[in-house]
Write a protein that binds this ligand. Structure first.
Ligand code: HEC
Ligand code: HEC
Length: 438
């Protein structure tokens, strides 16, 4: 494993968001100057802020400098308050120069690499905006009715009700009368106590498992079985060697089988739960949450640590009977490293990578799409509709995922990360076998 790959993943995550593509526009096509009648513009700008600005979040992933649409005349800045006015000017001047083109690009009239993103409501809103932008005599303030919800109509639940809700969600039980009294005088302190309960961490892991689905491997030997026996020759460390199967030291076969199953289950638990334990650990230790993707360690319990070829707390098989000691419990997870191997949190987690596998027909695209969905707020499948008949209009386009706009709309966002996730594995030896596969 080369250190560079992990860095590359992180960097590519950034690059992917800013990858550019060619275009037929000349610089001279870029922004025309905006109308300077401040009074009128201010009115139109109100409409922009109320009706348009928020929805531009659908567009900025591509329509930014360096984005896929970075070389079109419609290049926006991040949608922050500070950029609001500049973005308005950009859109306003684009509309002054091109009329209804923005609608046509998004209602299916003209082809658009970003897809048909406007609903009929959007078409209505943009039509109004274009009319306002073109008719400098109309002041929009008077013509739109915005129903403001006064803050006074919003009521906040009482601290007692809040405490009860929180306790039901986190602990699954209602607070006692004393706890309610405490919560009513200091809600924050009460919530803090909830967040220290083991139940909270169970709840947290449950929720994240709903996303990562890695508990699927938390049964029998399912997690261990995913580990490459060349990479991890010790994955079944308790099984013994060819010449000495009875590492467990039991002469009675039924006692031995029982012990085998017990140790196997605790080891598999350690392996399979590593990703969820990482999340709980990062939260418990109040580390920056991004560490779930950057942690240069794996969470291991005393049993799984042996699987990775590391020892935790000097744990040996003889200690197994002592597992009532916290030190040797299967739930005693610690940060440990596989020597000489760089880790990047979930991105290099064996369970995570197996749950979202690369195959001969997705070639890391699936992983890339999932990484973006989970961590980059980008739903690749939502970027566009894949053409039903891919060969239609595609005839003769060489390498469509790079050259056909019907495909690049997703693939330009997805492929750089897929490329970086190629060959994410641990040892050199494994690299060779993966290279052969892909
Ligand atoms: C996935 C990337 C992507 C997204 C998301 C996207 N676009 Fe585009 N858009 C492009 C690309 C690439 C082009 C240039 C190629 C083309 O015209 O199809 C473009 C072109 C355009 C053009 C034509 C520019 C010109 O004058 O040539 C308009 C207008 C436009 N987009 C508006 C929008 C709006 C509004 C949204 C959001 C509702 C949006 N786009 C979302 C990628 C995207
Ligand atoms: C809506 C987004 C989207 C569009 C549009 C799209 N793809 Fe994909 N493509 C994906 C995703 C997501 C995957 C990964 C599939 C998975 O999760 O297993 C993928 C995977 C692939 C793969 C397998 C991986 C590889 O690169 O060898 C090919 C081939 C492919 N797409 C070709 C195309 C072609 C050709 C087009 C255009 C006609 C196209 N795609 C349009 C989202 C898209």
């Amino acid at each position: 494993m080369k250190n560079g790959y992990i860095g590359l993943i992180i960097t590519s995550v950034m690059i992917a968001l800013f990858s550019g593509c060619g275009s037929d526009f000349e610089d001279s096509d870029r922004r025309t100057s905006v109308q300077s009648d401040e009074g009128t513009v201010a009115c139109v700008e109100n409409y922009y802020k109320q009706a348009i600005e928020f929805d531009l979040s659908k567009c900025v992933s591509c329509h930014t400098a360096g984005g896929q649409a970075g070389s079109t005349p419609l290049v926006l800045l991040d949608l922050t308050e500070a950029n609001s006015h500049d973005n308005f000017l950009t859109l306003h001047s684009y509309i002054k120069a091109t009329g209804t083109r923005i609608i046509q690009k998004n209602d299916g009239t003209l082809s658009h690499a970003g897809g048909s993103l406007f609903t009929s409501t959007d078409v209505g809103i943009y039509t109004t905006f274009i009319n306002y932008a073109n008719d400098s005599t109309t002041c929009v303030d008077s013509s739109i009715s915005v129903v403001e919800i006064p803050l006074s109509s919003v009521s906040v639940v009482s601290p007692e009700a809040m405490a009860r809700n929180a306790s039901l969600v986190i602990l699954g039980e209602t607070p006692t009368a004393t706890e309610l009294t405490n919560a009513s005088s200091n809600l924050d302190a009460y919530l803090d106590t909830l967040l220290k309960e083991d139940d909270f961490y169970d709840w947290l892991k449950l929720r994240f498992n709903d996303v990562f689905l890695t508990d699927r491997y938390n049964r029998s030997s399912d997690g261990i079985n995913l580990m490459d026996s060349n990479e991890f020759p010790q994955r079944r460390w308790y099984y013994g060697s060819r010449n000495n199967r009875n590492m467990l030291g039991e002469t009675n076969t039924s006692a031995r089988d029982k012990k085998y199953r017990r140790v196997n289950s605790k080891t598999n638990y350690g392996v399979a739960r590593a990703p969820l334990e990482l999340i709980a650990h990062v939260v418990r230790e109040e580390k920056p949450f991004g560490e779930i993707l950057t942690a240069d360690y794996i969470m291991m319990n005393p049993y799984s640590s042996r699987t990775y070829g590391v020892e935790l707390n000097g744990f040996t098989l003889q200690d197994e009977d002592d597992d009532e000691l916290d030190k040797f419990s299967k739930d005693n997870f610690k940060e440990l490293k596989i020597p000489g191997v760089p880790h990047a949190g979930l991105l290099t987690d064996i369970m995570f990578l197996n749950r979202f596998p690369t195959t001969a027909t997705n070639r890391n695209r699936h992983r890339s799409a999932k990484v973006q969905l989970f961590f980059l707020d980008t739903d690749i499948l939502g970027l566009a509709d894949r053409p039903i008949n891919a060969s239609e209009g595609d005839a003769g386009i060489h390498n469509p995922t790079s050259n056909n706009a019907d495909c690049t709309v997703c693939h330009f966002v997805m492929d750089p990360i897929a490329g970086a996730m190629q060959k994410v594995f641990l040892h050199e030896q494994h690299e060779q076998s993966i290279l052969k596969e892909l």
